[in-house]
Design a protein around this ligand. Sequence first.
Ligand SMILES: Cc1cc2nc3c(=O)[nH]c(=O)nc-3n(C[C@H](O)[C@H](O)[C@H](O)COP(=O)(O)OP(=O)(O)OC[C@H]3O[C@@H](n4cnc5c(N)ncnc54)[C@H](O)[C@@H]3O)c2cc1C
Length: 435
Amino acid sequence: MTHHDVVVVGAGLAGLAAARELAIHGVDVQVFEAADASGGRVRSDFVDGFTLDRGFQLYNPAYPEAARVLDHEALNLHPLTRGMDIVRSTSTGRAVLRLADPRSPGNWHTSALSRAAGTITGKARFAAYARTVARLSGHQFDERVDEPAQVALARAGVDATMIDHVIRPFLTGVFLEPHLMTSRRFMDVVLASFVKGTPSLPRAGMQAIPDQLHDALPAGTVHLATPVHRLTPASIETDSGTITASVVIVATDATHASALLEEAGLTTELNTVTNSVTTWYHAVATTSLPEPLARGRSVITVPDKRSGPVINTVPLTYAVPSYSPDGQILISSSTLGVDDSTEVAQAVQGHLQFLYGAETSGWELVAHYPIHDALPSMRGPLTVAESGEHGPVILAGDHCATASIQGAMISGRHAADAAFRRLGVVRPDDRRIAV
Ligand SMILES: Cc1cc2nc3c(=O)[nH]c(=O)nc-3n(C[C@H](O)[C@H](O)[C@H](O)COP(=O)(O)OP(=O)(O)OC[C@H]3O[C@@H](n4cnc5c(N)ncnc54)[C@H](O)[C@@H]3O)c2cc1C
């Protein structure tokens, strides 16, 4: 029977981050992944010259743990245009509220934002809130009393107009829920990173992120297409047999982790509720670009309230030209839930017409991705599993921290820290940062 110091179940960002931390300190670690490639929820497809991330997502280079671990230069990050367009219905049709740069708090209370987005005092209070969270680091995020984002914003004195017409439309696309019931802790992490960094895409697609982590591991560390069927605190079972280990890290999503733990007779109280989303990719020929799209801005456009199914849309090609073949602009749009029926596809096309103020009937639907368990629901108040230690096994995954790339990677490091403690490994180069 084969034995290793540590086995990790799952090669998403959490599992890869844990394995990286262990491997660079000389621990014998092996990773077992059910899918045919690493990355988990961060995967990309390459179809007819288009780069299609499996679900629209962005990487913020200000994520502290991700920045510590990843080689940003090698990722060749392309930032989106800073700013946001908010489109609302008016008696005469539609109006666009253009936020020059909602990620810099200064802009939240300047004339960049018209009265339609709230009072000057309300905006100033939101700016102050964002500045405060941008100064937090590490455990300071966890030390603040947690509650739903909506309650935290109201308590901070942000007026209802600003919440309803600016913050909610924006955060719906981040939380994948429209009620701002998500934990303020998650909102704080998101706002802090938005103030400090510009969301970006790697030139080669989001999959470049897990690929970089995978490629940094010793050859043969990750076993793809090898689902783990059962585990104990000291072993896992795959189709090839049983592998024993001094430490087992379960770095799957909460649903699979829960099933594995239950099957092993280990008590579990994991939150397995998730939020779902569908990403729609349309291609538009540059020869027939409508005026709003011809400006070359990869700005995120959102409806100010639910005027149709689309929660956000952005022309990705303007940020990363390699995302589409020459002569085409790739547009990503998101809808909540996983209904990808013809009716919804048509409603999306119609809503895009409203959002871009342009005829969209000729836009080609290149692909769409309904993603059932896109994010763990982070309904506030949250209980944060600090160490990742869950009885005899160690857990990692975004469900242990925040529903983000940062959350997945920091949970991986916490799991590695717990494994070091159990193995009695003292690291000479203990470059820990408190996150
Ligand atoms: C559509 C979408 C948009 C997003 N947008 C953003 C964004 O803009 N910014 C951001 O920071 N984050 C975003 N996220 C969140 C981010 O992608 C996730 O938080 C992160 O990738 C989760 O990583 P993970 O390792 O915790 O879990 P996962 O990626 O789910 O990895 C778990 C792995 O475990 C494997 N596995 C499961 N069961 C088994 C088993 N029995 N045996 C072996 N392997 C198993 C799975 O195949 C998977 O590879 C988004 C996610 C989605 C889906």
